[in-house]
Design a protein around this ligand. Structure first.
Ligand SMILES: Cc1cc2nc3c(=O)[nH]c(=O)nc-3n(C[C@H](O)[C@H](O)[C@H](O)COP(=O)(O)O)c2cc1C
Length: 205
């Protein structure tokens, strides 16, 4: 599927065929594309949990106000971030670069993230957001629809997936075969409402 067409036709679908599951080869194909998404300093601070176990999915659904897409989708992904990935063998992220480049990047990574909890979390959100969009567009290309989600109890879902203490959840993503089309677009702002040139106009005081 052409990229612009995938962007235009991606919609949040809530009714999925519960009989359909993604097979291992499809999941691998999808995830190999997802991990090509960009991250700052190439720290790849996302972690993805695919939840296949039906009981665990039911528990997650309960923690998400009974939204049926959680149990019915073909693949349920919990997009998580490792807040400390920048400090976990960062040489891995630059292994193919010349040593003068990798040495300098590792120094910069340490300098940038150390002692800044908010930045570490923000970076995880940025990376997972990018990965989520890649996943949704790749899913389209593979004949699937999707629904991004943050309507759930993060603490409970964290417990259900055994989230490590230095990780956080960004969102969940349901991917599946649609049984019903998405609602018509709810209300799209005009481009002029969200797109400015050279900065925002000054607010008169
Ligand atoms: C971060 C995020 C969280 C969302 N959470 C939910 C959710 O919990 N349940 C749901 O049905 N839709 C959820 N949505 C889907 C939005 O309602 C949807 O993206 C929005 O209405 C625009 O529609 P579209 O995705 O079809 O273009 C979420 C979307 C995003 C980006």
């Amino acid at each position: 599927m052409e990229v612009l067409e995938a962007i235009r036709s991606r919609r949040s679908v809530r009714k999925f065929d519960p009989e359909h599951r993604m097979n291992a080869a499809e999941i691998e194909q999808l995830m190999h594309h997802v991990i090509l998404s960009p991250t700052a300093f190439n720290i790849q601070n996302w972690r993805f949990v695919a939840v296949h176990d039906p009981d665990r999915r039911s528990e997650i659904r309960k923690a998400a106000w009974d939204q049926s897409q959680i149990t019915d989708c073909s693949l349920l992904l919990v997009l998580c971030m490792d807040l400390k990935s920048w400090d976990k063998s960062p040489e891995r992220y630059w292994v193919n670069a010349p040593s003068r480049v990798s040495d300098s990047m590792i120094r910069e990574i340490q300098h940038f993230y150390r002692d800044d909890d908010m930045l570490q979390r923000d970076e995880g959100m940025r990376s997972c957001g990018m990965a989520a969009q890649t996943a949704m567009l790749a899913a389209k290309a593979m004949g699937y629809e999707s629904c991004p989600m943050d309507g759930f109890d993060f603490k409970r879902v964290g417990h259900l997936i055994n989230l490590p203490p230095d990780h956080r959840i960004c969102m969940m993503l349901c991917i599946g075969k649609p049984l019903a089309a998405a609602h018509p677009r709810a209300g799209q702002l005009d481009l002029a409402d969200v797109f400015v040139t050279d900065g925002f106009t000054e607010i008169a005081s």
